[in-house]
Ligand binder design. Structure first.
Ligand code: GLN
Length: 230
C-alpha cells in the first residue's frame, strides 16, 4: 500500500504527561506514542511538529483544526467516532482506580461522601462518573496526570481513576499509590484525525503501524517502556 506524503509536515497534538505513552526525559518528549509516531513518520515520509498541550487541549486542537492529528493514549469510543476518524488500535487499555499506599479504601463502597479525581474529558472521568451515583462519591476533573497523583498523595482526593497501564507504570516508578479494584474492561488506543479530514495522514499511520507490527519494531517499542512481560 504505497503512498508518498512527500515529506509533508503535520501538526500532531499530545498530552503533557501520560507516561509511559508521552512524558519528558532530559527535556525530550519520549514514550510509546512518541516512538510509534516518529518511526511511522520516518518510514512513511512525513514530518511531525509535536505539540504537547494536555489531553483535553490536544483533542480540541484537532476538532478546531489547529492540529492535524492527536496521539495521546486516546481511547477509541463510539462517542468520539462522531467527531474523529481513528487509526487501527495500537494498544489495549482500560480504566482502573488507584488510592494512596496507606489508604484504607478497599473498594468503591469505601468512597461514600468522598472526592475522587480524574482527567477532564477522559475515559477515567466518565467511568468514575458512572460509578459515582451508586457509590455516593464526587468526581473532580483536573487537567494534568501529575495533579491527579498529587491530589491522592496529599489527601485532597480519596482515589484517582485513570488508565491502568499509566497507573501501573507510575506505581512501579514509586509514586506512592496502589490499586485495590479490578480493571474496568474496554478501551483501545488509536491515533485520531478530525472526521473526514487528513485521510492521507491516517492511511500513512495505519500503513506504518502495520509495518511496525510485522517487522517486530512495534513489540520492541512496547518492551522498551513496559518490560518483557507484556
Ligand atoms: N485513554 C483516556 C482517554 O482517551 C485518557 C487519555 C489521556 O489522559 N491522555 O480518555
Amino acid at each position: 500500500a504505497a503512498m508518498d506524503l512527500g515529506g509533508k509536515k503535520f501538526t500532531i497534538a499530545t498530552d503533557t504527561t501520560f507516561a509511559p505513552f508521552e512524558f519528558r526525559k532530559d527535556g525530550k518528549l519520549v514514550g510509546i506514542d512518541m516512538d510509534l509516531l516518529n518511526r511511522i513518520a520516518k518510514e512513511e515520509n512525513f514530518q511531525v511538529d509535536v505539540q504537547s498541550l494536555g489531553f483535553q487541549a490536544a483533542v480540541s486542537a484537532v476538532t478546531s483544526g489547529q492540529a492535524d492529528g492527536v496521539i495521546a493514549g486516546m481511547s477509541i469510543t463510539d462517542e468520539r467516532k462522531q467527531t474523529f476518524d481513528f487509526s487501527d488500535p495500537y494498544f489495549d487499555s482500560g480504566v482502573q482506580m488507584a488510592v494512596a499506599k496507606n489508604s484504607d479504601v478497599k473498594g468503591y463502597e469505601d468512597l461514600k461522601g468522598k472526592t475522587v479525581v480524574a482527567k477532564g474529558g477522559s475515559e477515567g472521568e466518565s467511568e468514575a462518573k458512572k460509578l459515582s451515583e451508586k457509590y455516593g462519591f464526587t468526581v473532580k476533573a483536573l487537567d494534568q496526570s501529575t495533579s491527579l497523583i498529587e491530589s491522592v498523595k496529599n489527601g485532597s482526593a480519596a482515589a484517582v481513576f485513570d488508565d491502568y497501564p499509566v497507573l501501573k507504570y507510575g506505581i512501579e516508578q514509586g509514586n506512592g499509590l496502589k490499586v485495590v479494584t479490578a480493571k474496568i474492561p474496554g478501551g483501545q488506543y488509536g491515533f485520531a484525525v478530525a472526521k473526514g479530514k487528513n485521510a492521507d495522514l491516517l492511511e500513512a499511520f495505519n500503513n506504518g503501524l502495520a509495518r511496525m507490527k510485522a517487522d517486530g519494531s512495534y513489540a520492541k517499542t512496547l518492551e522498551t517502556y513496559l518490560g518483557k512481560d507484556t
